[in-house]
Design a protein around this ligand. Structure first.
Ligand SMILES: Nc1ncnc2c1ncn2[C@@H]1O[C@H](COP(=O)(O)OP(=O)(O)OP(=O)(O)O)[C@@H](O)[C@H]1O
Ligand SMILES: [Mg+2]
Length: 272
């Protein structure tokens, strides 16, 4: 279904991704782990063509994705929607309009300028928000929502594109543990209920183990682990993170503290 064949990306003298190869034969939920700079984001960005590979090929259902140009490339990009750590919503725009932005690539400039959306799209946006448990926030400005709610709006916007693959670059890195669970469970549900492939860069081992069917570990641009989460032993984790004997899983486990002030944190939980 999806195949990475010797994919390499260099930035000057620096090799960000080094001959990465793997095959995915059915839609699954895949977690990519590795320390900062290992090449996780670059790998995802090459898949949806935000970055061009230096060499190698990516194929999806027999199509060489790395070779697509123009309209074919844009169509591919809408088939693999991406969500980001910082949500990338328009803060002052209402939630439902943010979600409707997911249909932009198939609308005319004129209708976009005047914010004219077909009723059908609006109903679909509300249905998706409902599915994600945030329909009651539809008229609010995106900036008025908690981080976890904003990330679910970003997921809703991605779903509006009806993508084959959802790419998530550290989707829970800015969230407190409770919101992180809600967002990961939403991605898991989307995978299970819709049969979409989900590929997420994750910064903690426990999240990868808990939600993913398969884990890919990267170190210095290379894939050094590829297998079932249960095979991710402490020794394997050490190899991925390049840590010495003092390596402890706690260092890569979800942090309990949140940087948000306690009051805001509690309000966020109450609003869930
Ligand atoms: N646009 C760029 N120009 C130059 N170098 C880059 C660029 N993007 C990434 N790199 C380099 O490529 C390597 C891999 O970066 P990448 O962002 O893919 O890592 P990552 O695993 O996502 O890290 P993090 O966990 O910090 O997000 C790093 O050495 C980084 O400095
Ligand atoms: Mg990254």
């Amino acid at each position: 279904m999806l195949q990475f064949d010797q994919i390499t990306k260099t930035f000057g003298a620096n090799t960000a991704v080094d001959a990465a190869s793997f095959v995915v034969d059915k839609p699954m939920m895949i977690g990519i782990i590795g320390r900062s700079g290992a090449g996780k984001s670059t790998l995802l960005r090459m898949l949806n063509r935000l970055t061009d590979a230096s060499s190698g090929a990516i194929t999806f259902d027999g199509v060489n994705v790395t070779g697509l140009r123009g309209a074919a490339k844009r169509s591919w990009q809408s088939q693999c929607a991406m969500i980001f750590q910082q949500f990338n919503l328009v803060p002052r725009m209402d939630v439902v309009s943010n979600v409707l932005h997911g249909t932009l690539n198939r609308r005319s400039t004129l209708s976009t300028m005047f914010n004219l959306y077909p009723d059908e799209d609006i109903h679909r946006a509300i249905d998706i928000l409902e599915r994600l448990g945030i329909a009651q926030h539809a008229p609010k400005r995106a900036e008025a929502l908690s981080g976890g709610q904003q990330q679910r709006v970003a997921i809703a916007r991605a779903l509006m594109q009806d993508p084959r693959i959802i790419l998530a670059d550290e989707p829970i890195a800015s969230l407190d543990p409770m919101n992180a669970q809600v967002v990961m469970q939403s991605l898991r549900d989307i995978h299970e209920q819709d049969g979409r492939m989900v590929i997420a860069n994750l910064h903690t081992l426990d999240t990868a183990r808990r939600y993913c069917d398969r884990v890919i570990g990267m170190r210095d641009g290379r894939i050094v682990f590829d297998g079932l989460p249960e095979l991710l032993t402490t020794a394997a984790a050490r190899e991925i993170y390049g840590a010495d004997a003092s390596f402890s899983e706690a260092t890569t486990s979800t942090q309990i503290e949140t940087t948000a002030p306690a009051k805001e944190h509690l309000a966020g939980i109450a609003a869930l």
